[in-house]
Design a protein around this ligand. Structure first.
Ligand SMILES: [Mn+2]
Length: 307
């Protein structure tokens, strides 16, 4: 009887790290073990991942709808709630991940390798590099995954190891990390295709502040100029929205992920905003240096003004 294959699969709503680490780890396991390992995916690919696989000429893994009774290695996640259905009835063979551990259970001893690094692909690339040769196509998708998960090494989750491994891969491929990182991350947002209303309401949160109502949208992008050049139309839309929904203050943060600051479009009680940040609002907007986080850097300051 032929041996049962083991599927290597990442989380639902797959991103570039989940897909690249599954492909890369399957390659590594096939080189080093006497079993058959097959990469799989848990859902449709996002535009960034599609772009990456096409650029490096790598086939997308097959879609798996159920893990029931299958031999499985989980990459880039370990919480069963993020896995494909049937994981509870799967034969868990291993985990390779960089997230916090909740409580996966296994019936037998398994490989369980987690590290607090910026991407699972860093761990996969390290294994492959240590083992020996690494095809350029594989180096390309693993490098892309590291740059995607760490926002080109700017995320607080980024580590020295992510940088060392990324540098090795980039050198092999003769790729400039900053240039390529920007090119790739631009594929993620697809801002060019969005209407002003979609830009404002895409990532949108409402807050009650002492019986007043404040709402803050945020666009996180590596090409803020694509949003800033639509400023007038976006402000028209924000003026409509604030009337429709009776907010007291409405903000849109246009956050530049690479420069790490934000331009805020401000509609409604502008004075509150000016007092919160000590910045003048001119032509309905203000520049907020070093501001990346709505939750940590914006909401508390605004809340103080209303309370
Ligand atoms: Mn990841």
């Amino acid at each position: 009887m032929p041996k049962q294959r083991t599927y290597i699969i990442g989380h639902k709503k797959p991103d570039t790290d989940t897909i690249s680490s599954a492909i890369g780890y399957a390659k590594y396991k096939n080189k080093t073990q006497n079993e058959k390992y097959v990469p799989a995916r848990a859902g449709e690919l996002n535009p960034e991942t599609q772009y990456v696989l096409k650029k490096f000429n790598v086939q997308k893994p097959n879609l798996l709808k159920s893990l029931k009774d299958k031999k499985v290695i989980l990459v880039d996640h370990n919480e069963f709630s993020q896995s494909v259905d049937g994981i509870e009835q799967a034969k868990l063979e291993g985990v390779l991940d960089h997230h916090r551990i909740s409580k996966p259970e296994s019936q037998k001893p398994i490989y369980f390798h987690t590290e607090p690094v910026g991407s699972t692909s860093t761990m996969v690339a390290e294994k492959l590099l240590r083992y020996g040769e690494l095809e350029k196509s594989l180096a390309g998708i693993l490098l892309s995954a590291i740059l995607s998960d760490t926002v080109v090494h700017r995320s607080p989750t980024n580590t020295k190891k992510d940088e060392e491994i990324a540098n090795k891969l980039a050198e092999m491929l003769d790729i400039n990390i900053e240039e390529y990182g920007r090119e790739m991350l631009e594929k993620k947002s697809k801002i060019g295709e969005k209407t002003p209303r979609e830009i404002v309401l895409g990532d949108f949160k409402e807050y009650e502040m002492a019986n007043r109502s404040v709402s803050i949208g945020q666009v996180e992008t590596v090409s803020p100029q694509q949003v800033l050049e639509k400023k007038e139309k976006i402000l028209d839309e924000m003026n409509d929205i604030i009337k429709e929904r009776k907010y007291d203050l409405l903000l849109l943060l246009v956050t530049d992920l690479l420069e790490e600051d934000s331009e805020a479009f401000v509609v409604g009680e502008t004075k509150r905003f000016e007092e919160a940040f000590g910045e003048r609002v001119e032509q309905d907007s203000a520049f907020l240096e070093g501001v990346l986080s709505r939750k940590k850097q914006v909401v508390p300051k605004i809340r103080k003004q209303f309370n």
